[in-house]
Design a protein around this ligand. Structure first.
Ligand code: AMP
Ligand code: ZN
Length: 109
């Protein structure tokens, strides 16, 4: 989508600190990290928000990639938190579905 920040990051038109990429997803460091490790995992397909996605296979694929990136790429052996902010009430600011991986310290709830 032409006016979407995260689509532009996937296309390489806006720089990012990439940690992982395959045919389906792109993962990069959050520009304003809320924890020592803060990575965003996004589908390459533009989906504005979780509420817009009724594709169980795509959602399952995303969660599987999140697990693999957190455990195998970021090696967050002590554990981590996975967060999806949904629409304005959930604190979503960028309207391209993204999953936050937070770790690197013990996280307060
Ligand atoms: P959310 O509030 O769930 O929509 O989260 C959006 C996240 O995107 C925030 O944590 C921002 O810090 C992050 N962000 C915004 N612009 C960029 C960027 N250009 N590169 C990396 N992360 C970004
Ligand atoms: Zn997009």
């Amino acid at each position: 989508m032409s006016d979407c920040l995260f689509c532009k990051i996937i296309e390489g038109n806006i720089p990012s600190d990439k940690v992982y990429e395959d045919d389906d997803v792109y993962a990069f460091k959050d520009i304003h990290p809320k924890a020592p490790v803060h990575v965003l995992v996004i589908p390459k397909l533009h989906i504005a928000t979780l509420s817009d996605c009724d594709d169980p296979a795509l959602l399952g694929m995303l969660m599987d990639r999140v697990r693999m990136i957190a455990d195998d790429v970021l090696t967050l052996e002590a554990g981590y938190r996975v967060v999806i902010n949904v629409r304005e009430g959930g604190g979503q600011e960028v309207f391209h579905l993204h999953i936050h991986i937070l770790g690197g310290k013990k996280l307060p709830f």
